[in-house]
Write a protein that binds this ligand. Structure first.
Ligand code: NAD
Length: 498
């Protein structure tokens, strides 16, 4: 069955007239699944016009009613979870249970948005001056746009959509062109949940439509998640055009293993964090910093055994389920293999080479790869590889480990594994990173906290979901009011002008 992924505008699936399409493949076997349409700038602008119009009525809908749509949306997502996860696996490649995990993390943001009447309460002060009161209102910003990456085709859109809609905005999603099908399921479920037509729209496409959206005067806010160079460009262009922008970029997440750590626990944690979703996670651990040579030797030996035993293959239809699926595309697979070669050429020790893997299925697979003796000058250390390649860096002490992390250009996530409270406390305070784990390998904040990195992993002051998300999708207005005292006494004489 061949799919043709189109737009969803004003409550309907709408075909693009551009004639431009991109092919979609199943990464587990390389088979052609169908095509996605690449819309024209005019089609993107027609979605903006629809969203602008629909937003006015939606903004006037009481927050409690907007929350009820979110409650229904949550129930529908749960009902269709298996179907959605299957679609994610077919297009992205991650194993089915991991696709379900992604959906759960997105669903938690919907749950957060169900509390929107509380989140929009604002502030109130009595008697800011004599008989003068002040209160703030958090009003929607208008038409919001989300531009999302391939690696979480449901979770990342759900970082944005529920909060934006619950705040009273309309939303246009521009999904990744690599795995866009599930975006239309989101649109369908939102419609079934009772969201009025036009409040949520999907425009498929590439740079052409993104540029049109960034240039439209009717778009108020843009949330972007993707690679750092594009994030930086989107932030610059969107801000120059007067939009509110949050642009989350790439990562190189380090996990420090201290000599006193539970090594078996740390190794198990690293395995999931480095190789889950084939390393295609912005919070994947791609560098393990072992403190002391003894720690490094023990860690590498333990990792080697586990990496060699990784079950790699298709994410669907295999029992027991594989632990790691394919990469998103053939070009990406080739790029990851080139990175592995560059590590070898630049002098790192290749402990496990994933290039030679031969899974039962002819997809875009690279097996788990492990390097030792990696140093900060190497390309495999500096770049985000976005594949199942883990580098072990040897640090002489804790301070050097900390320095490695703080000197890196990215600042998304990090973790430390230790039994020592002093070290852990110092680490959480000194490390220049946005999301920090202590004996937790992937410290992705829950929906009621906010997600975002530091340094070149984010552009813009506000993170996604949690309180920052509500701030991002609302504009605060503060009212200061004095009311006339009115009539104090009844008068029984004939009124005359005084
Ligand atoms: P990408 O930057 O290639 O694409 C992201 C989005 O931008 C897609 O919708 C794409 O169509 C669009 N896009 C691509 N080129 C564009 C251009 N020139 N102009 C305008 N729009 C353009 O990213 P990707 O490969 O889909 O995703 C992987 C990247 O996303 C990794 O770097 C990963 O770290 C990052 N990521 C970051 C986070 C985070 O929270 N920081 C989360 C997930 C993914």
């Amino acid at each position: 069955m061949s799919v043709l992924v189109s737009n969803f505008i004003n409550g309907e699936v709408v075909q693009s007239t551009s004639g431009r399409t991109l092919e979609l493949f199943n990464p587990a076997n390389g088979e052609l699944r169908g095509k996605v349409q690449l819309s024209t700038p005019q089609e993107a602008l027609s979605a903006v016009a629809v969203a602008k119009n629909a937003q006015l009525e939606w903004q006037a809908t009481p927050p409690l009613q907007r929350a009820r749509v979110m409650f229904k949306f949550k129930a529908l997502l749960e009902q269709h979870a298996d179907e959605m996860a299957t679609l994610i696996t077919q297009e992205h490649g991650k194993v089915h249970s991991d696709a379900l995990g992604e959906l759960t993390r997105g669903l938690e943001v919907v749950e957060f948005a169900c509390g929107i009447p509380h989140l929009l309460k604002g502030e109130h002060s009595l008697n800011v001056g004599r008989e003068i009161d002040s209160h703030s209102m958090m009003q929607p910003v208008g038409v919001c746009v989300g531009i999302t990456p391939f690696n979480f085709p449901v979770m990342v859109p759900l970082w944005m959509i529920p909060v934006s809609l619950a705040c009273g905005n309309s939303f246009i999603l521009k999904p990744s062109e690599k795995d866009p099908s599930v975006s239309l399921m989101l649109a369908d479920l939102l419609q079934q949940a009772g969201l009025p037509d036009g409040v949520f729209n999907v425009v498929q496409g590439d740079k052409e439509v993104v540029d049109a959206l960034l240039e439209s005067k009717d778009v108020a806010a843009v949330s972007f998640v993707g690679s750092t160079p594009i994030a930086e460009a989107i932030y610059a262009k969107g801000s120059a055009n007067g939009k509110r922008v949050q642009a989350l970029g790439g990562a190189k997440n380090h996990l420090v293993v201290m000599p006193d750590a539970d090594l078996e626990g740390a190794t198990n944690a690293i395995m999931g964090a480095a190789y889950g979703a084939a390393g295609e996670r912005c919070m994947a651990i791609s560098v393990a910093v072992a403190v002391g040579d003894d720690t490094a030797d023990r860690l590498v030996a333990s990792l080697k055994e586990k990496v060699e035993a990784l079950r790699v293959g298709p994410g669907l239809g295999v029992t027991p389920e594989n632990e790691m699926g394919p990469l998103i595309s053939k070009p990406h697979m080739n790029k990851v293999k080139e990175y592995i070669q560059s590590g070898v050429d630049q002098g790192a020790t290749l402990v496990v080479d994933g290039r030679g893997i031969e899974p039962a299925s002819p997809g875009y697979f690279v097996g788990g790869t492990l390097f030792d003796d990696v140093t900060p000058d190497m390309t495999i250390y500096k770049d985000e590889i976005f594949g199942p390649v883990l580098s072990v860096v040897r640090a002489k002490d804790y301070q050097q480990a900390l320095q490695f992390i703080n000197d890196h250009e990215f600042g998304n996530g990090t973790a430390i594994f230790t039994r020592d409270g002093d070290t852990a406390r110092d680490f959480t305070e000194q490390v220049q990173i946005g999301m920090v784990g202590v004996n937790v390998p992937i410290p992705v904040p829950m929906a009621f906290h906010s997600f975002g990195g530091w340094k070149r992993s984010i552009f813009g002051p506000l993170n996604v979901h949690g309180n920052d998300g509500v701030r991002f999708y609302t504009r605060m207005k503060t009212v200061t009011a004095r009311w006339p005292k009115g009539q104090r006494e009844s008068e029984f004489v004939m009124p005359t002008m005084k």
